[in-house]
Design a protein around this ligand. Structure first.
Ligand code: IPM
Ligand code: MG
Length: 372
């Protein structure tokens, strides 16, 4: 398959973890006979420094012309610590999500067996956790009108949703539930927020066309507690932009590191793949950042184009790195491996199991299951 992929490393550790993801995609290209073209673009603070905008028009054009985008991370302390900044690195990412209409953000969370002891939560509680958050990504409080009074003492952010915006992601989430364990939980704050009441009304109506799906609704505060107390009770979670952001960050804790979770943001024309973690500026250039979330985001990209065996092969190589303890310091403090060497190991272990049955015996039996 030929794919044009836009590479947006962004800020902080973004470029270094994305470099490992590209390395892994090149291994897939070689082992499975594909043809991927990678073209880099600027976004975020690095784009502001070089081009004066967090999302230069060249980057937008590159993204539109590509089959998919692989995105790293965004944000720097100098803007984080400056509430008066008129333009921020994050504006680049938000603009891209909105402009490309990437309304469905999927965040799969599956606890890795080899890392069960890494979680601060008891392993009996998290074992078997396998859920996916469907987060609405182009509307809600992130994109509503904002205001700040002239004297700077009063601010507002409007949370606005339309029936159409809710309906289109709801269908995506119900369809996903059909292919999974058949359960969908709408997470909202319907006892307080009008937008949540609209979500409940629209999604409850849509649920009628999916009678085979077990559908329930849960308040966000309750969902947040259950995510720690009993995460295996979730299958598909459907939620708004802000709640999805927070709940998925909580999942980073469950699985034991912020460096592990990938995501896919999909619209009708474009698709972008990005790790859930932030730009972790303190680690930039130190070769300590975990590349796994970026590598698994590349795996989701492959899966998006129907390359399921390739997806399985990348996931199997990631699992092998865990089993062999070829991991970064967020997973094992005493490790001697860094971003690059973990990336190298995973890339070297991506094999087409059909062609390599006798060579890489450890992958046999692993490669066929959809692990995340
Ligand atoms: C995420 C991030 C972004 C968000 C930031 C960087 C704007 O936290 O993708 O989870 O809030 O959506
Ligand atoms: Mg977030």
């Amino acid at each position: 398959m030929h794919l044009n992929i836009a590479i947006l490393g962004g800020d902080g550790i973004g470029p270094e973890v994305i470099a490992q993801a590209v390395k892994c995609m090149q291994a897939v290209e070689e082992n499975f006979g594909h043809d991927f073209t990678f073209t880099e673009g600027l976004i975020g603070a690095s784009a502001m420094d070089k081009m004066g905008s967090p999302i230069p028009k060249e980057t937008l054009e590159l993204c539109r012309a590509s089959d998919a985008i692989l995105f790293g991370a965004i944000g720097t302390p100098e803007y984080d610590n400056n509430p008066d900044a008129k333009v921020r690195p994050e504006d680049g990412l938000l603009y891209l999500r909105k402009e490309l209409d990437l309304f469905t953000n999927m965040r799969p969370i599956k606890v890795f067996r080899a890392l069960l002891n890494n979680s601060p939560i008891k392993k009996e509680v998290i074992a078997g956790t396998d859920l996916v958050i469907y987060r609405e990504l182009t509307s809600g409080i992130y994109f509503g009108e904002k205001s700040l009074s002239e004297d700077g003492t009063v601010a507002t952010d409007l949370c606005r949703y339309t029936e159409k915006e809710i309906g289109r992601i709801a269908h995506m989430a119900f369809k996903a539930a059909k292919k999974r364990r058949g359960k969908l939980t709408l997470v909202d704050k319907a006892h307080v927020l009008e937008t949540s009441r609209l979500w409940r009304k629209v999604v409850t109506n849509i649920a009628e066309s999916y009678p085979e799906i077990e559908f329930d609704c849960m308040y966000i505060d309750n969902a947040s507690m259950l995510m720690t107390l009993n995460p295996t009770c979730f299958d598909v979670i459907l939620t708004s932009n802000m709640f999805g952001d927070i709940l998925s960050a909580q999942c980073n804790v469950l699985i034991g590191s912020s460096g592990l979770l990938p995501s896919a943001s999909v619209g009708t024309e474009n698709a972008m793949f990005e790790p859930i973690h932030g730009s972790y500026p303190q680690a930039k250039g130190k070769d300590i950042a975990n590349p796994v979330a970026a590598i698994l985001s590349a795996a989701l990209l492959l899966n998006h184009f129907g390359l399921t065996e390739e997806f399985d092969a990348v996931v199997a190589a990631v699992h092998k790195s865990f089993r062999k303890k070829i991991v970064t310091m967020d997973i094992m403090g005493s490790t001697k491996y860094g971003t690059e060497s973990v990336g190298d190991f995973i890339a070297q272990n991506i094999v087409d199991v059909d062609d390599n049955l006798n060579i890489n015996d450890e992958n046999i039996g692993l490669g066929r299951s959809t692990i995340i």
